[in-house]
Design a protein around this ligand. Sequence first.
Ligand SMILES: Cc1cc2nc3c(=O)[nH]c(=O)nc-3n(C[C@H](O)[C@H](O)[C@H](O)COP(=O)(O)O)c2cc1C
Length: 201
Amino acid sequence: MHIDPGSLNTRQMYQWMIHTILPRPIAWISTCDPAGRTNLAPFSFFMGVCAKPPTLLFCPVNDRHGHPKDTLRNVEATREFVVNLVPLALCEAMNATSESLPHGESEFDRFNVTPSPSIHIRPPRVAGCPVAFECRLDRIIRVSEGPAGGNIVLGTIVGLHVEDSILGADGFPDAERMNLVARAGGDLYLNGGEFLRMVRP
Ligand SMILES: Cc1cc2nc3c(=O)[nH]c(=O)nc-3n(C[C@H](O)[C@H](O)[C@H](O)COP(=O)(O)O)c2cc1C
């Protein structure tokens, strides 16, 4: 079959995208508002960009009223965020924090997620996550306006936290020890699976 995006509504197109672009790593993002109140939410439209300067991106869409989500509001206001990577042990907590709470109410407190202080920035990282990137905002690209409108947040990595216990013999994180969860379509997630080794030409 061939699909013409113009024949689909936004919801249908979103469904096709999340059922095809996978597995997606999950950025579990902690931020603070200007008063220092914490916020935590998952985003799977997330990827690395480049290492010079070390840069990553994630994409919070506007809510159904066309308003920015709390994460985007906080990043715009404070220019700081932490990307935490989600291990299997914390996947249910991660999912719980996708609930939309009133602005200012902390998902850390509501869902008993343990914060751990960051080194360079104010938002805490999530204790128990094997990897966390402390980031400062580089820029925000507005792709579209209104409900479901897209935003690309580019962040410069200013600190990288790695649990010593996940390091492999080569000194880098071992994927099996990280035991991360990735997002697929609908309610499906991926954990584990087979690794292939291929040497680049
Ligand atoms: C695994 C997972 C991945 C998600 N990925 C995204 C995403 O990439 N972009 C987005 O706007 N919302 C995404 N969401 C929904 C947000 O987490 C949700 O809207 C959340 O309430 C936003 O919180 P905030 O208002 O505190 O920023 C995802 C939810 C889950 C469970």
